[in-house]
Write a protein that binds this ligand. Sequence first.
Ligand code: ATP
Ligand code: MG
Length: 423
Amino acid sequence: MSSVESTESTESTGSTGAIFIVVSMVVIIVKISVLYYFCGKRIFPSVSPEPQFMTLTMDKFLTDMEREKPIRFTDQQLRIATDNYSNLLGSGGFGAVYKGIFSNGTIVAVKVLLYGSSDKRIEEQFKAEVSTIGRTHHFNLVRLYGFCFERNLRALIYEYMVNGSLDRYLFHQNKTLGFEKLHEIAVGTARGIAYLHEECQQRIIHYDIKPGNILLDRNFNPKVADFGLAKLCNRENTHITMSGGRGTPGYAAPELWMSFPITHKCDVYSFGILLFEIIGRRRNFDVNLPESQEWFPILVWKKVDTGQLEELTIACGIDEKDKEITERMVKVALFCVQYRPESRPIMSVVVKMLEGSLEIPDPVNPFQHLMDGIFTAHPVPTSQSYTNTSTSSGSCVMVTDSSIVCTTPIMRRNEIELASSNG
Ligand SMILES: Nc1ncnc2c1ncn2[C@@H]1O[C@H](COP(=O)(O)OP(=O)(O)OP(=O)(O)O)[C@@H](O)[C@H]1O
Ligand SMILES: [Mg+2]
């Protein structure tokens, strides 16, 4: 081959290569442009998420709600859901409760907690407690969806209970709930507490059973609220009573305000007090009622002791047809408020007694100590016996406090879902 031919061939190869490089670059630029056009926001997210992005993120974790994990919400998400905390549902010893709604229509109750310092140790403790509460599921317990733990906000997010709390129906509004329904509410509430005491891996003592903490769903099914909060919020600091004890005055068991050993039986006592309020559909101590200068539970005891229970049911406006369940509820209430914790039944027994499947022993005077002015410390034994009428022989069954069924697992810390990191 001549040198001229060789030079021409080299030039032609060089120009073909240049064309190829140019075409390739154009193709790459077009591809990048198309990719950016369709997916630009996802590949190169802006520093502050846009509303559409927030909605997608919310939708993702709202489906997570259906699962069992408590979700970590941000301050911003809660501000949007509660419309800047504009709908106050009520407030109590832990803080205020606001109604909120998420983008998928889920309605929630956001409890903004009063809080102190927020160092890392407290945050870990908070998350561990929330995990336990969030995994405690029962038909008669209010569901915890999640929480917020930020420098400026500590909050708990619960399922919303459309009919509010029981106190509304006992003391304030038209007393629209019939006695049968109230009996059902008492049984459901007892079931919820029995689950906390006897079926969770770690027993949960509520410390604050009262009508304000019994919430009602659309069908007036009762759901116990605020369980686990005593431990979570260091109740001693938020619920100081006149005597410096725990719980709410009027509902707290004697051992709570007398610094005696405290067990789950303090909830049994408070449940008994709640039962009296359900029976009377009035506050146990109400200075506005002329006949109630006396504390209602003592009035009930005196009527039972003197065989005048019928007079009491008439005074409470209870129909003749409900006489039998009233009698049962009265006896259970007197049994639950026994001064000595070991004389009170465990909650699963309370359920059976209220349902009528377990015979209720004639109660002894629970208020003797008030009459005598005697207060003594008491040991707590582990078992009690009751006569079971559900068996044909009416045999005696042992019900032990230690026979706890382990069903609620404790959540590992890493099972908490971050609402803001799942887009
Ligand atoms: N999940 C919920 N759904 C609907 N309403 C709620 C919910 N949680 C609380 N509320 C409303 O907010 C009110 C205040 O509740 P909060 O628990 O703060 O106070 P409390 O129950 O009266 O006292 P405590 O602090 O001792 O629990 C309740 O009485 C109830 O009406
Ligand atoms: Mg409450």
